[in-house]
Write a protein that binds this ligand. Sequence first.
Ligand code: M6R
Length: 619
Amino acid sequence: MCGIVGYVGPRVSERALDVVMEGLARLEYRGYDSAGVALVDHGHVATAKRAGKLANLRHAIEEHALPEAATAIGHTRWATHGGPTDENAHPHRGGTDGKLALIHNGIIENFHALKSELIEAGVDFRSETDTEVAAHLLARAYDETGDLTEAMRLVVNRLEGAFTLLAVHADEPDKVVASRRNSPLVIGMGDGENFLGSDVAAFIGHTRHAVEMGQDQVVTITPESVQVIGFDGTPAEGKPFEVTWDAAAAEKGGYPTFMEKEIHEQPHAVADTLLGRTDAEGKLTLDEVRISEEDLRNIDRIVIVACGTAAYAGMVAQYAIEHWARIQCEVELAHEFRYRDPVLTPSTLIVSISQSGETMDTLMAVKHARAMGAKTVSICNTHGATIPRESDAVLYTHAGPEIAVASTKAFLAQITACYILGLYLAQLHGGSEARNAAEVMRQLQEIPEKITDLLGRMERVREIARFMADTRSVLFLGRHVGYPVAMEGALKLKELAYIHAEGFAAGELKHGPIALIEPGQPVFIVVPSPESPHSLHDKVVSNIQEIRARGARTLVIAEDGDESVVPFADEVVYVPKAWWMLDPLLTVVPLQVFACELATAKGLDVDQPRNLAKSVTVE
Ligand code: M6R
């Protein structure tokens, strides 16, 4: 949560405010409860901050201009400690002379104890945040050392929890000092100017040369230099990388919302995730492997950990991995897994799935699993994020930046990556499907074109959504790999349109949920392909009849040519034929479009739904 930007440029240019505001606009998806900036100007630090979206801060700055400056930091907040008010907005000042300003992403877990200590020492607090504690500690450490980098190093050694901190001081005007533990921070390397950001979107308009920071490090940037040290003061180095996407990829590209744009980018997200997955001998490969093939061959149990949409991708993975690799596989919400004392052994493989790679619940699950001796693989969309760095192996999805809070293209890329992982493990373990891996990959290669075709047929789904703008409750049913799709359809509707929505396994209907059916109740049913095994298709068609008989309004998602659903459907949305295991890559698309269109018809902000943030970096 929270977006952070830092900038130092040449004195003459004095464009720091513009650079930081532009960065904040790109990071606003990380939190939008408040925003603020601090600029260092000739021996002073000037700040402006406002509760609410970035637009509020922009208006405030228009009304009361800030001085021009060459050094600035900026913050967009997702509130944790202290409500979304002007006072709690960052930056926070430390000390009494107003010379130091600090911004923070994360949670300082021992802030109560530190705050009591500071209050006893006579410090007055202006906000309810944990951040202000760090600001005062830093000001006091600066008074002792007269060196912002050393002061930062001393302070971070007293903090517990997860944090990225950025600070400026009036007496060191050409410098931004930052630190990170369990919270993201990347450096952008410019020409006579340097940048810091929660992710590369913060500075992508200015440079593509980035440096990944390690855990527990302090960085000091000036216009001409970047210096990294560990929390113990020893010199350290970041890992340089080139950003492969440009600023346009982080903008709306002609679509009314980022979500619409990202829905339409799904063919690319799947195609790019499939790229370069086989070696010269046709064997599947992962991106980063710090684990031996032998260890992977010895895996006898897989636990997939993730949250939200990523967990639904994990549910699809469970079907694919067990079917192809014949390894016992479970899926668990990362936050539940972490604290229930799970049984883990060196032959357990933990597969984490995370778009951001920074979700704290998932990170904690991965760290715990490693500490218990399990092996870990990360499926992640963000190069160099914390979770892949903490894992033994990584498979990157290549969905590009996902800005809308509601996940769409990352979900499809995650499912694609899960299929690749399933086939990879099948090859290693000699599972039944190993010899068919090339054929499955061929069928996967056909999916992007099918998604494009499907996206061209969404007009009726949009009409239905607009017609249903006043609906108060929608149910979703699915079976086998259609079950996670039903769950995802319900989640999209909840988070975007704020209406009651629930996804069920179709087989569970008769065990309780069918009591919810009353005349007019809209129900989406994701129908398995007629070619799926065990007569699953026919079983779900029977479910449609059962709810229709009780008055449900049935909205059926079925494969092209499946006429059997027509007599029982109020509406049928057809999707292109694919191999039944790969169906989620298609059947979820109408549900994404439906939720997006319905929320838009209600006049809601689909890119930034209320109470949410893109990257959930608190537990
Ligand atoms: O970045 P992650 O994939 O780890 O995020 C996990 C969830 O927070 C995320 O999928 C969330 O559920 C989305 N808002 C769903 O659209």
